[in-house]
Design a protein around this ligand. Sequence first.
Ligand code: SF4
Length: 218
Amino acid sequence: MTPPVPDRDCPLCPRLADMRRASRADHPDWFNAPVPSFGSLEARLLCVGLAPGLRGANRTGRPFTGDFAGDLLYSTLAAFGLAEGRYGASAEDGFRLVDVRISNAVRCVPPGNKPLPAEFTACRPFLAAEIAAMAKLRGVLAIGRDAHQAVLSTLGLRKSAYPFGHGLLHHLPGGLVLADSYHCSRYNTNTGRLTEAMFHAAVGGLLGAVGTPHPQPW
Ligand code: SF4
């Protein structure tokens, strides 16, 4: 069953609706709406990010597309055979995901990349419905601590039982594996908090844990 998606003018988060309106006025050629997930609901893997970036997904209309974080995420997925085609930083680039879907915990761009707790709560039903609709889902990659916590909340699990840690694998009730990574942001890579090798290891760890036949890039 296709999960519900938010309306383009979803009013549930007034602060984010205001930001959308302001961005539409400033940049009428940008997407400026709740960003839909990318990839098939038949996928066995789901990557969950925090929220659209202002000049990334909010501009292009595809998660992680058009900013630095997407460069690292999509090159990594391609290296593992989880994507096909050439990533062109545009929703029209023809790039395709293979056995993986990408979503955000909060679907509208938040000021300063920081959603409020009430905004996570308001947007949670959309992620919950999507996870419920992914009948073959085996593994989730949480891209950053906030995404990790949002996934646990969405699944109704206690955060204290599954502390965040880069490279950790959490075996959740029901057989789902949750893998943690630091966010693949420019800030984290520039500061050395996250290297490409570390990000590859986190993705590879998840693939190993769910027993996929995908190639390893090293
Ligand atoms: S973040 Fe989610 S719940 Fe909030 S306005 Fe956007 S789509 Fe609606």
